[in-house]
Design a protein around this ligand. Structure first.
Ligand SMILES: Cc1cc2nc3c(=O)[nH]c(=O)nc-3n(C[C@H](O)[C@H](O)[C@H](O)COP(=O)(O)OP(=O)(O)OC[C@H]3O[C@@H](n4cnc5c(N)ncnc54)[C@H](O)[C@@H]3O)c2cc1C
Length: 461
């Protein structure tokens, strides 16, 4: 078969690409989307959706084990049933994947299941999953191939059959103990969830703190919560050799001497952009030094007609950021000039309790030379936290002196991933902190806690 031409060719069906493909196909354009197997992309199959489903079960277990605190006399000790846990996760994921497949096909796009590789300008060859090959060319091409877990070159690691954020989801049984290499967002989420499920968790983290991009006091509050849950934190520590012993356990030898042992080890030390085997040089698409597709602020690559979006384009690694890339792409493909600059991109880390973040941290605001005031408040001060018995955590916000504008917030505590959106809206609306403090907010809600946070009791003079 010769080259097949399309108005739009999407390579990798991530959040940005699939959304654009559906829209333009539904609008009557000829669209092909190549996906190598994960219908709906990383988030739905192996990332946000399955992990947050599991986090919810872990939290439920925790709440059930405290049933008496809530006036409920529950019989027996609640335990995780791995088969039921997996079935629920697969039900949530499977339902979403099926819904996506249906929506893709209904849009009229040509959904091509296989591995794409560029062979020329705006042209890919696809090794189809069911055998055979197709060569596809787009007037416009969007690269949205995402990232995969990075396995560091630590002696012995490659042969030790270790887990990563993909393979851990396929475990048939829960180990009693696990070492997690890396205390960033993914490592911390998994550590918190698995400890809540009752595993003995050890985190080996090279940086001096968990979540090293956060303010030191926020990271310390997260660490306190981990230690209280029984997690061992080896901070400022490095694994230099990994070995799977004859009895099936994994041992990690530490740079400082000594060894930690557990039934399993999970690597969570970062992710690699999927560009290496994509043949992008054949299409004239340049990469950055770190292997991402180089794009300008309008998501154009160095090749005419080729665009890139999501993780692979160096966009902050969140599904909602990739989704915003889709909006930018859609406008720019139609002749617009939307930019990725100055986006306010919040994020949430689903540890227990969870962290909602938006804007500048105190350290970032300080480094930018801004004159700031900082508000810090224990979550226990919020009436809603009392009613639900979730008192752990601390809320923090940074305000610019003079303008009174909110520069950022780090909310660690119950339902903070929801409350952070309130701060984000205030920031987007350019509201001074007093407008949030003096607003009428439903009682008793976690969001109402913002009124306290911005009050004289907690905002420094
Ligand atoms: C464990 C974990 C938890 C996370 N939790 C959250 C969270 O709670 N909230 C959040 O916002 N973000 C979270 N993230 C990050 C989020 O998953 C990513 O930022 C997001 O999925 C990136 O989407 P994307 O659009 O870049 O592409 P992706 O969704 O990564 O899609 C890329 C697609 O391209 C396909 N592909 C790759 N190469 C080829 C090829 N050669 N041919 C054909 N197809 C190809 C892949 O199969 C994949 O489906 C999490 C990530 C992980 C790992």
């Amino acid at each position: 078969m010769g080259v097949e031409d399309f108005d739009l060719l999407v390579v990798g069906g991530g959040k940005a690409g699939k959304s654009l493909a559906m829209d333009l196909a539904a609008a009557g354009q000829s669209v092909a989307m190549v996906e190598r197997g994960m219908i709906g992309g990383t988030c739905i199959n192996v990332a946000c959706i399955p992990t947050k489903t599991l986090v919810n079960s872990a939290r439920l277990l925790k709440t059930m084990s405290r049933a008496a605190d809530f006036g409920i006399a529950a019989a027996g000790t609640p335990v995780i049933d791995v088969d039921l846990l997996r079935a629920r996760k697969e039900d949530v994921v499977g339902t979403m994947v099926a819904g996506q497949r249906k929506a893709f096909l209904a849009s009229g796009m040509d959904l091509v299941i296989g591995q794409a590789r560029f062979v020329g300008e705006r042209t890919v060859e696809v090794a189809l999953d069911d055998g055979g090959r197709r060569t596809l060319r787009g007037t416009n091409v969007v690269v949205n191939t995402g990232m995969v877990p990075f396995h560091p070159p630590i002696e012995g690691l490659a042969g030790a059959n270790v887990l990563d954020s993909n393979s851990i989801l396929a475990l048939e049984r829960l180990p009693r103990s696990i070492i997690i290499l890396g205390g960033g967002y993914i490592g911390s989420e998994y550590a918190s969830m698995l400890a809540t499920m009752g595993l003995a968790v050890t985190v080996i983290q090279r940086a001096a703190s968990l979540l090293p991009r956060e303010d030191a006091d926020v990271a310390a509050a997260v660490e306190d919560g981990f230690r209280a849950a029984g997690t061992t934190l080896l901070l400022g520590e490095e694994a230099v050799r990994i070995e799977r012993a004859g009895d099936g356990t994994v041992a990690a030898a530490l740079a400082s001497g000594g060894t930690v042992t557990a039934e399993e080890l999970m690597v969570a030390v970062g992710r690699t952009p999927v560009t290496a085997e994509l043949g992008l040089e054949a299409a004239g698409v340049e990469l950055t030094e770190r292997g991402f597709v180089a794009v300008d602020d309008q998501l154009r690559t160095t090749a005419d007609g080729v665009w890139a979006a999501g993780d692979v384009a160096g966009t902050p690694q969140f599904t909602h950021a990739s989704w915003n890339d889709y909006r930018i792409l859609k406008a720019n493909l139609a002749g617009g000039s939307l930019s990725t600059r100055d986006r306010l991109i919040p994020y949430s880390v689903f540890t227990t309790p969870e962290l909602g973040r938006v804007g500048l941290s105190e350290a970032e605001a300080g480094a930018a030379g801004l004159d700031i005031r900082v508000a810090t408040m224990p979550v226990a001060a919020i009436p809603r936290a009392r009613t639900v018995g979730e008192l752990d955590g601390v809320w923090k916000a940074v305000v610019e002196r003079g303008t009174d504008l909110i520069l950022g917030a780090a909310l660690l505590g119950h339902e903070s991933s929801e409350a952070i959106a309130v701060v984000q809206m205030a920031m987007l609306g350019g509201l001074p902190y007093q407008r949030v403090r003096d607003a009428v907010i439903s009682h008793p809600t976690m969001a109402e806690g913002l009124q306290l946070l911005f009050s004289d009791a907690f905002l420094q003079a």
